[in-house]
Design a protein around this ligand. Structure first.
Ligand SMILES: C[S@@+](CC[C@H](N)C(=O)[O-])C[C@H]1O[C@@H](n2cnc3c(N)ncnc32)[C@H](O)[C@@H]1O
Length: 252
């Protein structure tokens, strides 16, 4: 039976790979990567850098990501359809590129458990294309850990919970959950929509890469500056990945 390795490669720094991830990568016959087009070319290149550094010679099979409707009337249905098409293409690549007892690796940004669809797509491959395989997950450093490390802060305050959400869902998040709230996948500048006078922000973009950039301060003081910076960075790189922690501090 085939083995599929789902390897967390960390959030941008090749040094984020664990020893277990490196061992797993070296045991693979082939790496399967979704090619998300020019905009995300840097991310595909980051995966090539990881392979070249730790296991040169393993072929990387880039599978072109199918088209997706970005403004569908039914968001969930469109994501389901898109993931189904991805599953079909990836399954074809695995069967075409490995022996029946071979090993294919997926290099997943950050950790496979956090806002990543690889494990769901593998489930779809098994259900819909009949792919028979053993799945092994090797954990990675998430963007949240890269953010807290870069700012040298703890994720939670003593005995307090942590909330993790997306930019899309942040405005609907309760005040209690926003007391200490990590935000990922924010295509805009949602911090400015939800912050009060005591909301502090720890922000980071391109974490773990040579382009890493950090800002920290009360949103009231730095929110607009970070919004303008995000716009400039996106224009110059062609893409941006940023993550932030919003934390309610006691009244100033
Ligand atoms: C699809 S999610 C993937 C998360 C990933 N699985 C993880 O464990 O961090 C992508 C989001 O993660 C965050 N992210 C990932 N890498 C990042 C980086 N190097 N710098 C800043 N944010 C990052 C951004 O919020 C981005 O929109």
């Amino acid at each position: 039976m085939r083995t599929l390795l789902v390897i967390g490669i960390g959030a941008g720094d090749p040094g984020h790979l664990t020893l277990g991830a490196i061992d797993a990568l070296r045991s693979a016959d082939v790496v399967i990567a979704l090619d998300k087009g020019e905009q995300k070319a840097d991310l595909l290149q980051a995966r090539r850098t990881v392979v070249d550094a730790h296991s040169p010679g393993i072929p990387i099979i880039a599978v072109t990501d199918p088209e997706r409707d970005r403004n569908p009337s039914d968001y969930r249905a469109e994501v389901r359809r898109w993931h189904g098409e991805r599953a079909r293409l990836l399954s074809e690549a695995i069967v075409g590129e490995t022996d029946p007892d071979g090993t294919a690796a997926f290099l997943v940004w950050g950790d496979p458990s956090l806002y990543d669809s690889t494990l769901r797509i593998i489930d779809r491959m098994r259900e819909e294309t009949g792919l028979e395989c053993v799945v092994r997950v090797i954990p990675g450093i998430t963007a949240l850990q890269a953010l807290t490390a870069a700012h040298a802060i703890t994720a939670n305050r003593i005995g307090e919970p942590i909330h993790v959400t997306t930019g899309r869902l942040l405005p609907a998040t309760s005040a209690a959950d926003r007391r200490n709230c990590f935000v990922m996948l924010d295509g805009g500048t949602t911090w400015n929509e939800v912050a009060g006078p005591d909301t502090y922000m720890y922000w980071g973009a391109y974490l773990g890469t040579p382009e890493q950039i950090l800002r920290a301060g009360f949103v009231e003081d730095i929110g607009d500056e970070v919004a303008a910076l995000k716009c400039t960075l996106r224009d110059s790189h062609g893409w941006i990945m940023d993550t932030y922690l919003l934390r309610e501090l006691d009244a100033r």
